[in-house]
Design a protein around this ligand. Structure first.
Ligand code: 13P
Ligand code: SF4
Length: 346
């Protein structure tokens, strides 16, 4: 692997500003060491949009992030994903056919009273659906702002595909759980007990299997074993877990909180393992553990490893095509409406 690292450095030096490597916080250390910037999904979307120099953007993250980068960059810039199998299981929980079906059925119930809000963890075609129906994208770091924005446009919110981020955000803004319904995409049905007139938020029944792995039991164990420990989690965790934690926020928010915490403070973190391990190594003066020590990494994030990164760079060096992520012009045009509505507020 020393040899692979040497080759990667060599290609990076050779390509200079023509090459740009954004890396999400959940990437492996072996990959993150070569990232030109690291960040959460919002930051990475913003830096991709701002970069006008790089001809080649090798995105170290998952598929939806590379799609977003492609749509936000110019036509003469090419985005690559080192392993095409690096998807996101949550994004896969909503496809465009299910989404159109849901929208049609919900319009029969709620008429023109809804606005769609789509978590960036979704396909480009769902972002396009959102754009053409007047809605916007959100990330975990601007969800509150965007839900407020959306509810200033229409009385009801259709939030997809992560029920937890939607529920946690709406709850924090004072919307009671009794006013939140679930859209079940498998059954094609609205799940709600009560009068549908009272529904304020419709949550797509999707989730992140990594973050659902943090449980109320884990919180109780930490409280019992480490009474002074602070618990901070990602808002993709369930409402119950977020409610029992001390704080929640995006991966950037979590990094900032730990960085600014006093030496000697202790933290249990409920997010992906690669990031938690990196924070443990980076701050030996703080006591940091995972909220669930038995967690697996995000398997799709982990698919980007040293050999895949090197392969992607060698394809560029040899002027071969590689794993290019390219969204068609029509989808891009509509999806950009939803992304730009978000970026204007973020
Ligand atoms: P962030 O935007 O907070 O980095 O989250 C992305 C993600 O996929 C979390 O699972
Ligand atoms: Fe998707 Fe969850 Fe992995 Fe984030 S951690 S990329 S939401 S599967």
């Amino acid at each position: 692997s020393d040899e692979m690292e040497g080759r990667i450095q060599e290609i990076k030096r050779k390509l200079g500003d023509e090459l740009f490597i954004p890396g999400h916080h959940y990437q492996r250390d072996e990959v993150i060491q070569f990232a030109d910037v690291t960040g959460d999904s919002l930051q990475l979307a913003q830096v991709a949009a701002a970069n006008k120099k790089a001809k080649h953007i090798v995105f170290c993250g998952v598929h939806f992030m590379a799609e977003t980068a492609d749509m936000l960059t110019d036509d003469d810039q090419t985005v690559y994903l080192p392993d095409m199998r690096a998807g996101c299981s949550m994004a896969d929980m909503a496809n465009i056919y299910q989404t159109e079906e849901a929208w049609g059925t919900l319009q029969q119930i709620f008429g023109d009273t809804m606005i769609p809000l789509t978590y960036v963890n979704s396909t480009a075609s769902i972002k396009a659906f959102t754009g053409r129906n007047g809605g916007a994208c959100v990330t975990s770091s601007n969800a509150k702002l965007m839900v407020e924005w959306a509810l200033a446009q229409k009385p009801r919110l259709f939030f997809l595909p992560d029920q937890h981020l939607g529920r946690n955000t709406a709850y924090d803004l004072g919307i009671p759980l009794e006013q939140m319904a679930i859209w079940n995409p498998i059954k094609g049905q609205l799940e709600f007990e009560g009068n549908v007139e009272d529904v304020k938020v419709i949550l797509w029944k999707g989730h992140c299997s990594v973050h659902e792995g943090f449980t109320v039991y884990n919180v109780h164990e930490v409280r019992k074993n480490y009474p002074h420990m602070k618990i901070i989690v990602h808002p993709e965790c369930s409402r119950e877990v977020v409610a029992l934690s001390d704080d929640s926020g995006s991966t950037k928010y979590i990094c900032d909180m730990i960085e600014n915490a006093p030496a000697g403070s202790s933290w249990a973190i409920g997010t992906e393992m690669n990031l938690v391990k990196r924070l443990i190594a980076k701050y030996p003066d703080k006591h940091i553990i995972s909220l669930n020590e038995n967690m697996c990494p995000c398997l799709t994030m982990n698919r980007i490893d040293l050999p895949h990164l090197l392969w992607a760079l060698e394809m560029i060096e040899n002027e071969e095509k590689g794993n290019v992520i390219q969204i068609d012009a029509d989808t891009t045009k509509e999806a950009l409406l939803s992304l730009e509505r978000m970026l204007a507020h973020a």
